[in-house]
Design a protein around this ligand. Sequence first.
Ligand code: PLP
Length: 402
Amino acid sequence: MARTDHRNPTVAGLRPRSKLVHGGIRRSSFDETCEALYQTSGYVYGSAEEAEFAFANDGTRHVYSRFRNPTTAMFEDRLAEYEGAAWAYATASGMAAVHGAVMSALRAGDRVVAPRSLFISCYWIVKELCPRFGVEAVFVDGTDLAAWEEALSKPAKVVFLETPSNPGLEVVDLQAVCDLAHKAGAVVVADNAFATPVLQRPMEFGADVVIYSATKHIDGQGRCLGGVILAKDGKYGSEVIHPFLRHTGPTIAPFNAWLLLKSMETLELRVQAQSASALQVAQFLEGHPKVAQVLYPTLASHPQHDLARRQMTGGGTMLSVFLKGGKQEAFATLNGLRMVMISNNLGDSKSLITHPATTTHSKLSDEEKATARIEPGLLRLSVGLEDPQDIIEDLDRALAEA
Ligand SMILES: *Cc1c(COP(=O)(O)O)cnc(C)c1O
């Protein structure tokens, strides 16, 4: 019987939270406790024959950090273990992950189907970039199954979706859309940035590829950009996605991968605490006289709360707040906050608030803003790790003074 390798123990059979602490580890001969940072672009060989062997037997060892790096591989393996994916590749940003996952699957003449409610750069990739290369982009109302059914009644190559979406918090029925997509011959690429792997596992509902902006909750402490592409099928990852990434080079820096690897240890604790606080904040805001509507996936007032509760184990850290007073009141509220910071980032340990219409979504046309409900009174709030009572008091005071 093989002896347990106590330096690099297997995490199979451990519970998810334990996998976040021990998954993917590759200890060196120095027996370090903390994961090592391999700050190297290349690798050396003991002989010409060794180099020849390495190139002839792809994947047997590290040859260049655009292809693989030991620190990056620890991060990729840790997240893949947690997500239940067979394959993972870390990228320099979330958008590099979206680009790689979508474009690696497409050829001229293909169709891509996506909901209208998407993060602005994701929308740009589908709407602007895909058609430049002869790919037809079809947009649907992501909450309307009949619209999905119609769009997927013809063959398609990729379905790209976000659920919940940024910042509309629209929830897409993962199981139903994945079934329709597969019948149409499409791979489903799910951007799980808002839900995080802690609260939603799109692959369990049929998604083939999951991507993250690791900049958001995975780092969660505002330190670096990063992204990840995960594939359910290892062959699809290594044969379709990997060649595209290997030759186009959206690789993450080892130092950023190391930060993200260490952040994984606290991911579940942070996201669960932030999600619990977000629900409290959403409940407070819902009753506020200056608030027209609060969108939070698991609140009974969310139009798809049943679906959200079926596919998510918590509502997440993000909420959309529609103020009655429009832009002026929205700005006055932001300017009156003392602890919650004005920022366009999200998923941070610090609570962050955004006015999407004038920042993240300012480039949309008026019509596009209207369909995505980027209204003048909309605020997007990312709930952090502070005491929820302080977040509520800060908002209460700022709203009262606005
Ligand atoms: C932020 C974000 C991205 C892009 O991630 P970056 O790390 O900023 O490149 C993609 N999708 C969603 C849903 C996001 O919120």
